[in-house]
Design a protein around this ligand. Sequence first.
Ligand SMILES: Cc1cc2nc3c(=O)[nH]c(=O)nc-3n(C[C@H](O)[C@H](O)[C@H](O)COP(=O)(O)O)c2cc1C
Length: 173
Amino acid sequence: MSQTKHPRLTEDALRHGMRHVPAVVTIVTISGSAGPEGITIGSFVSLSLDPPLICFNVNRAASIHDRFAEASRFIIHVLREGQSHLSDRFAIPDLSGEEQFQDVDYELDEHGTPVLSDALVTFYCSRSDIQPGGDHSIVIGTVDRVEEGSPGRPVVYHQRAYHGVGERVAERA
Ligand SMILES: Cc1cc2nc3c(=O)[nH]c(=O)nc-3n(C[C@H](O)[C@H](O)[C@H](O)COP(=O)(O)O)c2cc1C
């Protein structure tokens, strides 16, 4: 608990509040000194159109964290409905890359970075910057290429469970 440092806010209160905020589920893959590996990331967002930047946050305690400083490229896969098992797989602590990719359909791109099969959309990125963000690091990437898969809908993480995208509530004014 960070109650002593932030007396007005408990870590639980923040976690609880953030459960109301849906997150698109992605797997980010790299090929660093440990070889091909990946991590489930729910903090992926667009950052800038010109230049084309995206960002996401990686826990400093995550085993893959330091490899983001080594790998000059990474690939972000937005999961489609039916792929939530991949989110669970790549969120298991302390798996080796080999264990992560066991029975998973993927191939290596020309730089040796794993490309998962059949993602809804895949963003091929070069690392642009890594900035501190509390107990996380903010990884910023330049998008080199976007590959849209077959039509479908993303997996969304909300209230600690996986969902599809719900019904439309209104047209944009
Ligand atoms: C839906 C979902 C979203 C997640 N989003 C993030 C995230 O944005 N950043 C992060 O560092 N970890 C995130 N995690 C946790 C990591 O995927 C993973 O559980 C953690 O790094 C454990 O692996 P390790 O202990 O081997 O590092 C998320 C997990 C899930 C299930």
